[in-house]
Design a protein around this ligand. Sequence first.
Ligand code: SAM
Length: 467
Amino acid sequence: MNDRHFPEPYMLQMRELLGEAEFTEFYDALLQPPASAIRVNTLKVDVETFRRIAPFPLEPVPWCPEGFYIPNDVEPGKHPYHAAGLYYVQEPTAMAVGVVANPQPWEWVADLAAAPGGKSTHLLALMGDRGFLLANDIDRRRTTVLAQNLERWGARVWVASNERIENLHPNFPEAFDTVVVDAPCTGEGMFRRNPDVADHWSPRAVKGNAGRQYHLLNAAAPLVKPGGFLVYATCTFNPTENEAVIARFLHEHPEFTLEPIELEGASPGRPDWVAPDLRGDIPLEHCARFWPHKVRGEGHFIALMVKEGYYRPRHPLNIPEPKRPKGMPRAVWDAYKTWCEVNLTEMPRVAGVMLVGENLYACPINPGRLQGLRILRPGLWLGQVKHAGFIPDHALAMWLRPEQVKRRLDLTVDDPRVVAYLRGEQLADSGDDGWVLVTVDGFSLGWGKRVRGVLKNRYPKHLRWTW
Ligand code: SAM
């Protein structure tokens, strides 16, 4: 890392904002290597168990109980536990966003700029796979990656949409207990980790982002329930994209107020970096800033706002006994039910089984709510119903617990068959013919189909290991 990666006007601006002494600390921190970290998937494994089985040393991230620093020389994305969805590789200060959002089980939560899924996976884990998460992103390609990451995570209560936020208004008026806007930004906090980001920085880009961020918050506001929360986050230091956006939004939306954020490692927001006529008496110090010279991490800005009004908590939904949904062709339901009887110990406890084309999903909300929206996944993808019957999807394997599946190939992490499976190879495997769940140390990895002693590999081609 050297100066070449930091645009001159950016450095001047930071020096002016921080003052000479703090700027020196900030700059020194930027010359250090970035910290690597993972966040444990508590839907699959509790933190204590993961600490026992972790394949690399872990050091707690102070503000996130599920977050751990890992050594910089390990490649966490290339371990079978990653393929099994036991953790998400996430920048440590980014973990603070989920902690601040603090969604409760049964809440309806919207993550409006969600791809590739760092915050959404965290939110789902904190919700305990209850309630409902709408994970939305405007970028189609990124939404596909988001859906893959959420599938690996093994949750059932999410929908992935690819919409302009305004288009969500008619379907979800004041519907969400918590709305997260993890806004696109100039990414000043990412310059150290990803120097290419710095190439796109300019005062003009800062202004353009600030306009977009204000627009996103405006569009998000009508989705928040009275008494509900709106969380705004960026990975940039620029006050034009942070405190100033919040100040402008709060002027226009007096129905929202800032809540103080008290979190280890968080420094206060900076009202003094916003023009007095814009900041008025808004307590911008309630916002949280994470700085690379104060904590081990790249840097984030977070604001937590609450909407006025009487908050009506949601009642926990009862997931009904599985039965054929109204209107579903009997042949489709029978194919699914028969497959479950043959291969599982019980029918999956999921709500809203629905057919889209030949695909069967479990939609966590009334599917009518999704009418007219661009939806990539209307729920957990159970599988496809074809002439040959029901074919389970990889997403179902990742959601199922091994004890729910009748035939399994249980492998330990050091068994070379784990890597062979993840590379898409067939495995010798004796036993009766049928669908087999491959597991690593008791965690689902994916499907295989056993035919006369050979396990045909059903690990999705696009996920196969090439290393
Ligand atoms: N929350 C993500 C995570 O934790 O992995 C990171 C989000 S990234 C900072 C910002 C995202 O905003 C990008 O994926 C981008 O496609 C999306 N975006 C940009 N404009 C948007 C818009 N108008 N509506 C929804 N998403 C938008």
